[in-house]
Design a protein around this ligand. Sequence first.
Ligand code: NIG
Ligand code: FE
Length: 413
Amino acid sequence: MTTLITNIQQLVNARETSALLRGKALANLPCIEDAFVLIEDGIIADYGAMFELELKVPQLPKHVIDAAGQFVLPTWCDSHTHLVFAASRENEFIDKIKGMSYAEIAAKGGGIINSAAKLNETSEDELFNSAWRRLEEVSKMGTGAIEIKSGYGLTVEGELKMLRVIRKLKERSKLSIKATFLGAHTYPLAYKEDHKGYIDCIINEMLPTIAKEKLADYIDVFCETGFFSPEEMETICKAGMSYGLKPKLHVNQMNSIGGIESAIKLNALSVDHLETMTDSDVKLLSGSGVIGTLLPTAAFFLRMQYQPARQLIDNNCAIALASDYNPGSSPSGNMNFVVALSCIQMKMLPEEAINAATLNGAYAMDIGNELGSITIGKKGNLIFIRPIPSIAYIPYSFGSDLIDKVMINGEFV
Ligand code: NIG
Ligand code: FE
């Protein structure tokens, strides 16, 4: 099917060619006023200013959508989520309000361990159904591509079950989905005193089946004090890499313990969280090809310091924004709020935030050639925004629902 969208007040992030954006380049958000987009069989076939329409599209298709007054953006590319989980954790939310810390909650069997216990009791079908509802929810909020991690199984069966749920989501959803194996999310109770035993289980029992069934695209480790050390992360990632899984890693959330350095050595696709960065961590990241993925809603929800977005951008780093949607540290997958928060609390410019949540998010999932900008040959994934005065109004009016409709592969969701 061919669809022509006309009279777009502003077509946002329209690029002839695209590449990962670093430093100053993040502030450049190319837009076309009074524009059109032509979509053929789900793919962007052409775009331009309305005055070029006759020349570029001499034969108008039957299906024309008038987007007068609207802004059109590429859909959000949410490159870090834990969308598959069995139950919410609002009891811990109350504990936190009363003064307990994230680490204290984890120490008394809450946190990831709590989620793992519930997940292992929940059937694959139930997990699929609840994850499907969340996927539908975030797609209506403008997310068109998403990365989803395992990591709430922590047993061979539990981790495989999660990854099979993600595979089923990939098969049934129109969204672009990437799967990440996060067996090394924490040490399960059975291996509390036997870290080597659990790492052996990840390497010798989980990974071979995951590779055989092609259940994952990436491998992740929670590198943190009390969780996995940089050395343990390197051991686990090297085993994953021997099966072709590239590392996408949780580092520097609470402490800087050498995770950035190890991630660079491993040639990771991204290092995610980054609430706690030393000057030397920033320098290292900026000199590397690794993308820094900032998760401001996790810092917001846990009342932690925000990621040093300004320092990272000013030091020429490539950064992406993601939601970290999970029941413990970010029970929301709303990328509109992620973008707003990054401007309000991390002083990112609206242009920088939109680039980080679209194009760089796509690169942080290795799909920069398919998504993240309005570029010929990329997928027709678009957000239609109700009339607004300017781009800056999107993060400025945080909490307002500005989305009129969302298109995935050329079709409205
Ligand atoms: O990205 N920090 C590690 N993992 C998750 C939270 C997991 C949880 O609390 O359930 C995160 O924030
Ligand atoms: Fe996470």
